[in-house]
Ligand binder design. Structure first.
Ligand code: NAD
Length: 505
């Protein structure tokens, strides 16, 4: 069978197959407002570019405050109309399960959109799709299994604690896992009965717009799910300042998270729920049995998705007695994780998302060398047109160095040495962030001692990035608040209402 004869939803298996599929793709590039795909009110567009080739993929509607106002009023009307907000949870569940099924059918296409838009390897994008689909299924299944409460009052009263949707939720998401981050926000917010306005990153808007088509096909009612592509300082800011948005659910950088807090305070004190940056420590104790396996995971923890991962294990803390040997092993693994064509199923790393991020990462590498860290691997940019950087390992990093402190969001690993448990914990917690931490040891007493002392939203013991839909995900300190995934995330998108019924008369 030639590629052009391949059924539309079949999964390509080779680089050529994916290239052909990419060539056949068409993109929806208009905003989705009140069940209709429309240009931005201003008529403005922005280009979305494939960072692996420099090719312009589409000119996308550049929404601004005018579009935000219109979408918010439709979202409010849809919420008050009750077609979704007052629909029985079991019926909302059926629509969301239908949406998940449609996503499954179009999984290859959705993965391809993210790969083309932001440069991640296709295998990794397919993994994201499994996560996104799983999230819709899990949240859909949760919603008709959550009960309210009857409070333990005296006989003179009946007190009910009800859970209600919030109203209009705006979700602002980043580009590093475009559809998966979208699912983590949108699935629970919709399941809980809210009207949702999604603002995807200007660097990766295409899969969100395809999701809007699928939501429409699945039967999500008019105005309940809308997508406004555009820039943060225009449409994002307008949503954050809106007096009629009840909740802002954000995933992105800590700097923007802080701005959003200000916008909420300046406007209607909307509920804010922030998933922000990280500089996560991965601690390796000398008692580990299989250092080869640990090294492989430590390298993947930073080089997966080109290091553009909020929970990247970007600070590797290694007990000094094994440090030299262990770094050699990590460097050997890094050599096998070179960047390649994101459409090649064998590529481990892809392209950096855009020129700005690419230059930023290279500047950190330059600064690391200047500040005296020892470059042990990588540090190079590959020849263009794609934006590729080799997996980079620095040893001898200290907390004072920029590469030891700041979120680089690229394939750069900073290795620190430590002599004792106390020092490891101190180094690990010496960060404004608290998103993830890992530790590798065979000693269960040590594992539990250190786990309890780590200032982190999640701790990975003898793995990195383990988890599924059943466990919450989120940070402490300047990594944010609130939790994605699991039934806990439904609570972020609903509010308690207490009802006291007097029975004495
Ligand atoms: P970013 O903060 O630059 O942008 C995130 C989103 O916010 C984008 O949609 C952007 O358009 C929008 N935005 C920017 N300025 C805005 C403003 N003034 N008002 C309203 N919206 C605005 O982040 P990014 O570069 O897209 O993503 C990378 C960051 O995301 C990293 O810091 C990473 O750690 C973080 N992240 C966190 C998690 C998590 O779960 N904690 C997950 C993924 C990414």
């Amino acid at each position: 069978m030639s590629h052009s004869e391949m059924p539309k939803n079949e999964m390509p298996q080779t680089l050529d197959g994916w290239r052909q599929r990419a060539a056949d793709l068409t993109f929806e590039s208009r905003a989705f407002i009140n069940d209709v795909f429309v240009p931005a009110a201003s008529g403005e567009t922005f280009e979305t570019v494939n960072p692996a080739t420099g090719e312009v993929l589409a000119k996308v509607a550049s929404c601004d405050a005018a579009d935000a106002d219109v979408a918010v009023s439709h979202a409010r009307a849809a919420f008050e109309g009750g077609a979704w907000s007052r629909l029985a949870p079991g019926k909302r569940k059926r629509v969301l399960l239908r949406l998940a099924d449609l996503m499954e059918t179009h999984k290859a296409e959705l993965a391809l959109l993210d790969t083309l838009d932001m440069g991640k390897p296709i295998q990794s994008a397919l993994g994201d799709m499994a996560g996104a689909i799983g999230c819709f299924r899990y949240q859909a299944e949760c919603i008709d299994k959550l009960y309210g409460e009857v409070a333990p009052t005296g006989e003179e009263a009946l007190a009910l604690v009800l859970r209600e949707p919030l109203g209009v939720v705006a979700s602002i998401v980043p580009w590093n896992f475009p559809l998966m981050m979208t699912a983590w926000k949108v699935a629970p917010a919709l399941a809980a009965g809210n009207s949702v306005i999604l603002k995807p990153s200007e660097k990766s808007p295409l899969s969100a717009l395809r999701l809007a088509q699928l939501a429409q096909e699945a039967g999500v009612p008019r105005g309940v799910f809308q997508v406004l592509p555009g820039f943060g300082h225009t449409v994002g800011k307008a949503l954050a300042l809106s007096m009629d948005v009840d909740c802002l659910a954000f995933t992105g950088s800590t700097g923007v998270g802080k701005q959003l807090m200000q916008y909420a305070g300046e406007s209607n004190l909307k509920r804010l729920y922030l998933e922000c940056g990280g500089k996560s420590p991965n601690i390796v104790f000398a008692d580990c049995k299989n250092l080869d396996r640990v090294a492989k995971h430590a390298a993947a923890a930073i080089f997966h998705n080109q290091g553009e991962v909020c929970i990247a294990g970007s600070r590797l803390l290694v007990e000094n007695s094994i440090r030299e040997t262990f770094i050699d092993k990590v460097v050997a693994c890094a050599e096998t994780m070179q960047p390649g064509d994101p459409l090649d199923p064998d590529s481990f790393m892809g392209a950096m998302v855009d020129e700005t991020q690419y230059r930023r990462v290279l500047e950190f590498i330059r600064q690391g060398q200047e500040e005296g860290a020892r470059l042990r691997a990588g540090g190079q940019a590959l020849d263009g047109p794609g934006l590729f950087i080799t997996p980079t390992v620095f040893d001898g990093v200290t907390p004072e160095m920029a590469i030891g402190r700041e979120e680089i969001f690229g394939p750069v690993l900073s290795v620190f040495g430590f002599d004792c448990e106390e020092e490891a914990v101190r180094l690990a917690n010496d960060s404004v962030y608290g998103l993830a931490a890992g530790l590798w040891s065979q000693d269960i007493d040590r594992i539990m001692r250190v786990t309890r002392r780590l200032e982190s939203g999640q701790v990975f013991v003898n793995n990195w990035a383990g988890g599924d839909q059943t466990v919450p995900f989120g940070g402490v300190k300047q990594s944010g608040n609130g939790r994605d995934k699991s039934h806990h995330s439904l609570q972020e998108y609903s509010e308690l209402k207490s009802v006291w019924v007097s029975l004495s008369s």
